[in-house]
Every structure is written in structure tokens, then in C-alpha cells.
Design a protein around this ligand. Structure first.
Ligand SMILES: [Mg+2]
Length: 209
């Protein structure tokens, strides 16, 4: 199986999660990256220089964490599978992204960054619209918070028995593939505008109706 990748770590390595500003009740905000945290581009975000964050994005992610959400970025990154550039380039972009967010808001910590490096034709379960990254994200964050000393065994697809309550979690994305991944996984999907990103739908996350 073509598994998701995790920023600067093996997928199943143990994870040390910093405490949330509030008690964690299991809520996760699964966030697409381009069009949600930073402006997207038809030609991909290929370097640190091309990364431009939405206004107030640090504050938005900080607020999610202050309201009890762990943050799990789930991003398709096919340029790697298309052999345009490699994992290290993406890792540098994600290091920079994390730094910029924390400069804006000291609570705006990305608890987990998962990405799918595969090209569409590879048919990976980890590539949205499939839900593999969300399945991995839940298990890593859940097991990391209950058993931080252990390596993490992960289950996917038919082997993944969803024993966790996703009813207070949310997946935010700007495209149909994000909403499809949310539906397949069983979490509420909120579609944002690629011009406004997460800050434009933040109120919808808290106002259920
Ligand atoms: Mg997007």
C-alpha cells in the first residue's frame, strides 16, 4: 500500500504532542493546505518563496487549538510523484510554514503534518479524495496522546475500524476532493473559498446548525 508520509518523521514513529491550551476531548481539525492555510497555485507551491499565508491564518489556527482542536494538515503533494522535486524541498516549505504560523500566534502549532506524495495515476489510498491521510491522522494523534512512548501501528481502509468519535471534528478544504475525503472518512466537511481559506469559514466550525 502507498502510505501517507509524515513531516520529518517516519509515519509510525512515536509523537510528542505539546499540551493544548485547553483539555483535549478528541477533536481534530483536518486541514488541507493550499487554499486553506496559504494561497494555492495552479503550478503548485514549489519553494519557500512561493508560500504566502492568508491574513489572520495564525490567529485562526491558534483559536482552533484554544477551542480544543488538534491540528492535522492533510495535503496532496503530487509534484514529488511527478518528479518535479523531492521530500526535502517539501519539508523545508513545511518548516517555514510552521515558523510563520507561530510568529503570528504562539498557539498556532501544527500538531501533525501528513502529505501524499503520489501522482494521481498511482491510485494511492493516501491521496485525497481517498481518506487514508485522515485515517492515519486520527490514529497518530489519538495514540500519541494516550501512549506517547510507543511506536504506532496503523490500520487503513477495510482494516480500519473507526472506533473514534469524529462528530466534533472537521475537515476544511477548498476543493471537492477534500469534501469527498471527509465524506468517506465520516467527518463533517467544510468547503472554504480558495481566496479566503480557513479564516473565511472559522465561524462555521463553531456555529453548528
Ligand atoms: Mg487545496
Amino acid at each position: 500500500m502507498l502510505l501517507p508520509f509524515r513531516h520529518r518523521s517516519k509515519l509510525n514513529s512515536k509523537i510528542i504532542l505539546p499540551p493544548l491550551p485547553t483539555l483535549w476531548m478528541g477533536n481534530i481539525a483536518y486541514l488541507d493546505r493550499d487554499g486553506v492555510i496559504n494561497y494555492g497555485s495552479e503550478n503548485y507551491i514549489n519553494s519557500v518563496e512561493e508560500l504566502v499565508l492568508f491574513p489572520k491564518i495564525g490567529e485562526s489556527i491558534g483559536k482552533l487549538r484554544r477551542e480544543g482542536f488538534r491540528i492535522c494538515v492533510v495535503t496532496n503533494q503530487s509534484p514529488i510523484g511527478r518528479e518535479l522535486w523531492g521530500h526535502e524541498n517539501l519539508a523545508e516549505i513545511h518548516d517555514h510554514l510552521s515558523e510563520l504560523l507561530l510568529e503570528q500566534d504562539s498557539d498556532a502549532f501544527l500538531d501533525l503534518i501528513l502529505y501524499s506524495p503520489y501522482a494521481p495515476w498511482e491510485g494511492s489510498w493516501a491521496r485525497k479524495p481517498n481518506p487514508g491521510m485522515l485515517e492515519a491522522g486520527r490514529q497518530i494523534l489519538q495514540k500519541g496522546s494516550t501512549n506517547p512512548e510507543r511506536e504506532i501501528s496503523l490500520f487503513f481502509g477495510h482494516n480500519w475500524i473507526n472506533e473514534f468519535d469524529e462528530s466534533k471534528s472537521v475537515m476544511v478544504g477548498d476543493r471537492d476532493v477534500d469534501m469527498e475525503a471527509a465524506r468517506k472518512f465520516g467527518v463533517r466537511g467544510i468547503k472554504c473559498s480558495p481566496e479566503e481559506g480557513l479564516p473565511g469559514v472559522l465561524n462555521q466550525i463553531f456555529n453548528r446548525g
